[in-house]
Design a protein around this ligand. Structure first.
Ligand SMILES: [Zn+2]
Ligand SMILES: [Zn+2]
Length: 247
């Protein structure tokens, strides 16, 4: 299974990258995590008719802004979008006039589905849990090709993040803050928090993304985090746009 990091910035685009979007190609599906500005690149990788599933964590624009270019695509297999309860109303507003082409007028079929917290089979297994953030944010745990992938986007450190990551083969976690930084009013993870979640959960590999564009000004600052944090959690890597990994 291949995991491609199409957007690794948090908040806004800079020369370090686009905002958050991840594409996972499994034997049977394409699974996309969030639709920040990196979303426009998905058609460079979606080259077969496998079903496409997009999971949205929350509606801060750095996770959905890419949806305005949905009309660039023409996927024969359509696209199924999943998100927390309330997603249908919000997407009906955002993917609509006067902002962009309405869902019903897109060149391909797009379905929107809502997921409550808990375990679902859609047809692969996905567990959903709400995290701690300034806006309701959903984290996910997938079982794909016999492997567990946990996605812990915008959040402060919390039990649900650990539960989703339990024994995961891959934990994809946000990393808005630098080492030692934190904020009670604006909950996000720093590298130590992400490593603590990975360790507490027994996750095998931790990858970091969603580097706040205003805090991480260069890619070297990401590499510095990786070098320092390797001592704390050996299997930690930082991501860059268009990087891919096999798991
Ligand atoms: Zn964000
Ligand atoms: Zn957010």
């Amino acid at each position: 299974m291949k995991v491609i990091f199409l957007g690794t910035n948090g908040w806004y685009d800079t020369e370090t990258g686009n905002t958050t979007c991840i594409l996972i190609e499994t034997d049977d599906y394409f699974v996309i995590l969030d639709a920040g500005n990196g979303f426009y690149k998905i058609d460079q990788y979606i080259r077969s008719k496998k079903p496409i599933y997009l999971f949205l964590s929350h509606f801060h624009l750095d996770h959905i802004i890419g949806l305005h270019i949905l009309n660039k695509f023409d996927f024969d297999q359509g696209m199924r979008i999943y998100g927390q309860v309330g997603t249908k109303d919000i997407l009906d507003t955002i993917i609509n006039e006067p902002y962009t082409v309405p869902i019903a007028k897109l060149p391909f079929k797009v379905e929107v589905h809502e997921l409550s917290e808990g375990l679902h089979n859609i047809p692969f297994s996905v567990k959903c849990k709400l995290l701690i953030h300034s806006s309701k944010c959903m984290g996910y745990r997938f079982e794909l090709d016999g492997k567990i992938i946990a996605y812990v986007p915008d959040t402060g450190i919390c039990e649900n993040a650990i539960e989703l990551s339990e024994n995961a083969d891959l934990l994809i976690a946000e990393c808005s803050f630098k080492m030692g930084q934190s904020s009670v009013e604006w909950p996000h993870l720093n590298p130590e928090d992400a490593a603590l979640i990975a360790k507490s959960a027994g996750a095998k590999k931790l990858v970091l993304l969603h580097f706040d564009a205003n805090i991480y000004r260069s890619l070297e600052e990401r590499i510095e985090v990786q070098e320092k944090m390797k001592k704390v959690f050996k299997n930690l890597i930082v991501t860059f746009d268009n990087m891919d990994i096999e798991i």
